[in-house]
Design a protein around this ligand. Structure first.
Ligand code: F6P
Length: 343
C-alpha cells in the first residue's frame, strides 16, 4: 500500500483539520495509507509521526488549530536538517507528501522538489489571504468573521463613551483582513500596509464626524500598516526561521497620535491571535474539505509539484512555484470602497 504523509506548517488557522480529515477519508477510499507528520517540517527532521486512520480524524471537522501540531521550522535554515528530512522521508516509507501551509511552508516544499523530493502536493492556508494563485485561503473567512464580530461589539461601547476606537488586525504585509473587516464592520477609516497612513486625513475624518454629531469613530489598522515617514512598527527585532519580523504596535502609535491631534479620548484593541482561534466558519470547512480531496486526486493522477487552489468557484491546481513567487496584496479598487464610508 502506498503511503502519503501530511504535515501542517507555519501559523495555524481554522480549516486545517477539515483538510486533514478530507485527505485521510479520500486517501483511504483510494487505497492509500496516511501518516501524520507532527509539527510541520520539524516532524520530518525529527521523524515524529502519528498514524492517521479513520478514527484519528473523527470529530475534528469543527475544531480550530491542527491535530498534527505546527511549527515555523525551516529545514533550509540550519545545517544538517535537510539531510535528515531526506533520510526520514525514506525511513517513513513515503510515496508522496501533502504540505499544508502558507508562503513559507510551500516555499520549502517547492525547494524540496528541486532537491529531489519530487512527489509533493501543496495546500494553501493562511488567515492573511496573501498567497498568489488562489482566490482565497481557508482561515481568512474565519478570521474576518471574528474581527467583524469584535467591531460590532466595539461600536456600541465606542458610541456610549464618545470615544475613538483603534482596532489592530493581523495580516502581516497584506491588508486583506483589514480591508474586508473595514467594509463588513462599517469602519470609519481603514488603514492597510499597501497605502501609507496619512494621519492628517485620519483626523479630518474623525473631526468631520464630530461636526455632524457622531462623537465616536472606529479606525481599523492592519498590523503591517506604516506612517508615511516611518517604517512598520516591530515588536522585536528578532527574525524567525523564515526571516519574518514580528509585527504589532501600530495601533498604540496611531491612537496616541490621534488623541494628541484631535484631543478626543482614543482607545486601542489588538485582536491578535484571537483571529486564528476557534471553530472554522462553514466557508472554511467547505474550502478545506474540497482542497483536501483534490490533493489526493492530484497524487492519484501523479500530478506532483502542484498546489491545489480556488479560482472562481472551481478547485484547480497550479505549479507550486506560482503560489510562492509573489505576495498577493490588496486590490486598490476594493480598498477604494472603504473611502465611500469615511466621514
Ligand atoms: O501569518 C499569519 C499570522 O497570524 C500573521 O497575520 C501574523 O503577523 C503572524 O502570523 C503572527 O505569527 P506568530 O503566531 O508566530 O506570532
Amino acid at each position: 500500500m502506498q503511503k502519503i504523509g501530511i504535515l501542517t506548517g507555519g501559523g495555524d488557522c481554522p480549516g486545517l483539520n477539515p483538510v486533514i480529515r478530507a485527505a485521510v477519508r479520500k486517501g483511504l477510499l483510494e487505497g492509500y495509507e496516511l501518516l501524520g507528520i507532527k509539527d510541520g517540517w520539524k516532524g520530518l527532521v525529527e521523524n515524529n509521526t502519528m498514524p492517521l486512520d479513520v478514527n484519528a480524524i473523527s470529530g475534528i471537522l469543527n475544531k480550530g488549530g491542527t491535530i498534527l501540531g505546527t511549527s515555523r521550522t525551516n529545514p533550509y535554515k540550519k545545517e544538517g536538517m535537510l539531510p535528515k528530512v531526506m533520510d526520514n522521508f525514506k525511513k517513513m516509507g513515503l510515496y508522496a507528501l501533502i504540505a499544508v501551509g502558507g508562503e513559507d511552508t510551500l516555499g520549502v516544499a517547492s525547494k524540496l522538489v528541486d532537491d529531489g523530493l519530487t512527489n509533493i502536493v501543496g495546500v494553501p492556508k493562511t488567515i492573511d489571504n496573501d498567497l498568489s494563485a488562489t482566490d482565497y485561503t481557508f482561515g481568512f473567512d474565519t478570521a474576518l468573521n471574528i474581527a467583524t464580530e469584535a467591531i460590532d461589539r466595539l461600536h456600541t461601547t465606542a458610541e456610549s463613551h464618545h470615544r475613538i476606537m483603534v482596532v489592530e488586525v493581523m495580516g502581516r504585509h497584506a491588508g486583506w483582513i483589514a480591508v474586508e473587516v473595514g467594509i463588513a464592520g462599517g469602519a470609519d477609516v481603514t488603514l492597510i500596509p499597501e497605502v501609507p497612513i496619512n494621519i492628517e486625513e485620519v483626523c479630518n475624518v474623525i473631526n468631520k464626524r464630530h461636526t455632524r454629531g457622531k462623537a465616536f469613530s472606529i479606525i481599523v489598522v492592519a498590523e503591517g500598516a506604516q506612517f508615511k515617514d516611518k517604517g512598520a512598527i516591530l515588536q522585536e527585532q528578532k527574525l524567525d526561521a523564515f526571516g519574518h519580523v514580528r509585527l504589532g504596535g501600530i495601533g498604540e502609535a496611531l491612537a496616541a497620535e490621534i488623541e494628541k491631534r484631535t484631543g478626543y479620548e482614543t482607545r486601542v484593541v489588538v485582536l491578535g491571535h484571537l483571529q486564528r482561534g476557534g471553530s472554522p466558519t462553514a466557508f472554511d470547512r467547505v474550502l478545506g474539505t474540497r482542497l483536501g480531496v483534490k490533493a489526493i486526486e492530484l497524487i492519484k493522477d501523479k500530478k506532483f509539484n502542484r498546489m491545489v487552489a480556488l479560482q472562481g468557484i472551481k478547485i484547480i491546481d497550479v505549479p507550486l512555484k506560482d503560489a510562492v513567487k509573489e505576495l498577493k496584496t490588496v486590490d486598490l479598487e476594493l480598498y477604494s470602497i472603504t473611502k465611500v464610508f469615511s466621514g
